[in-house]
Design a protein around this ligand. Structure first.
Ligand SMILES: Cc1ncc(COP(=O)(O)O)c(C=O)c1O
Length: 368
């Protein structure tokens, strides 16, 4: 087997090494059953155990109370853009949405198919370089829910806290795909949380959904069976054949988080890792960060060289040194370092070493 390199990919992304090694063994034979995890029936005893452990460990990690359902669905976080309003937004009601980047916009496009969509805060005018806060936020009179993208993977911005002072009677809905379980989360502040697994939780093709049971009990309109949250929740994520490997791998990742000391410990490590890169960015003027200081993401760090040509060279030369996946999304260009839970601090240090030498070599370009 080859050497592993530092993978800064935004997702699918770096997973814990111990999880990958366990999975290697379990693909061949899990729990001494003589059958590998990919081959077990989703209705058999082995998968019963995996389902129950994954749910229990998820509840332990997130301190999730019994009046919340924990389930998983397919169709990616992108399908949640329509599952949410289809289940929760009646035709004569309004839902409020924060417009903080591409993933928020994907939700904003779907909501009007079901009800009224009010944009309660937007940073579009400055290419989503910050999270709208304070006077930039204006809720509608009586929204059913307030939707926000807790971490904007492309822009490198993150809500420092949940949106404050939402109108009475409304509940929060969050797309937490790119910072789920990167720090403690009080799920009781939310009606519904969804997260595509492929950043912090596991492989692609599975979406974790945590929802207050009373909210998903009765969809606000008639819906196909597969679109109803309650069916997935009531059947332990096995309404149809789930992504069994995804459930299994998320379960291993939850166990890994617990072994690290839980979400407080994970947050501390994530803050230390991000500080390695942000402290350097703040100490120099060759690279320009995209996100405003008060909105910086702990997970995705976005920055640019003085010219697009240098960005290209940076990405090529970094890759040649084993720093892979640093190309920024086409909508903002530049570089993006994704440093999710399982990404090692040594990789952040290696990136800063490279950034220093690259800046030194091309220093003239900054003033040219
Ligand atoms: C915050 C956020 N939401 C939604 C998505 C879309 O996820 P999927 O491709 O699983 O539908 C992504 C993907 O990167 C994301 O980062």
């Amino acid at each position: 087997m080859g050497e592993r390199i530092f993978n800064f990919s935004a997702g699918p992304a770096t997973l814990p090494e111990s999880v990958l090694k366990q999975a290697q063994r379990d693909v061949f034979d899990i729990f001494d059953s003589g059958i590998g995890i990919l081959e077990h029936s989703h209705r058999g005893k082995v998968f019963d155990r995996i389902t129950h452990e994954t749910e229990a460990d998820c509840r332990a990690v997130g301190n999730i109370p019994d009046d919340y359902a924990v389930t998983w669905m397919q169709g990616g976080a992108t399908s949640q853009c329509y599952f949410v309003p289809a289940n929760l937004l009646p035709p004569d009601r309004t839902a409020d949405y924060f417009q903080t980047g591409k993933w928020a916009n994907d939700s904003i496009k779907e909501a009007p198919l079901y009800g009224t969509c009010h944009i309660c805060g937007s940073s579009k005018a400055t290419n989503y370089d910050h999270i709208p806060m304070g006077g930039e936020v204006s809720y509608s009179d009586n929204p059913v829910y307030v939707h926000f993208t807790s971490n904007n993977t492309i822009m490198g911005t993150e809500f420092p806290t949940e949106p404050e002072n939402i109108p009475a009677g409304a509940f929060l809905v969050a797309d937490t795909s790119s910072n789920m379980f990167s720090k403690p989360i009080d799920v009781t502040r939310y009606g519904l949380i969804y997260a595509g697994a492929q950043k912090n939780l596991g492989p692609s093709g599975i979406t974790l959904v945590i929802a207050k049971k009373s909210i998903i009990e009765n969809p606000v309109r008639e819906l196909p069976q597969m679109m109803q949250y309650r069916n997935h929740a009531n059947k332990e994520g096995r309404f149809n054949t789930p992504n069994t490997f995804g459930v299994y791998l998320m379960g291993l990742v939850f166990k890994w988080i617990l072994e690290q000391g839980g979400l407080e410990a994970i947050q501390k490590i994530n803050e230390e890792k991000a500080a390695v890169i942000y402290d350097f960015l703040d100490s120099q003027d060759f690279y320009t960060p995209h996100a405003k200081t008060d909105s910086r993401s702990l997970m995705n760090i976005t920055f640019k060289c003085p010219t697009p040509e240098l960005d290209k060279l940076f990405i090529e030369q970094a890759a040649a040194k084993g720093l892979d996946g640093l190309k920024g999304h086409r909508s903002i260009g530049g570089m993006r370092a994704s440093i999710y839970n399982a990404f090692p601090k040594a990789g952040c240090e290696a990136l800063v070493d490279f950034m220093k030498s690259f800046a030194h070599e091309h220093a003239g370009a900054a003033t040219a």
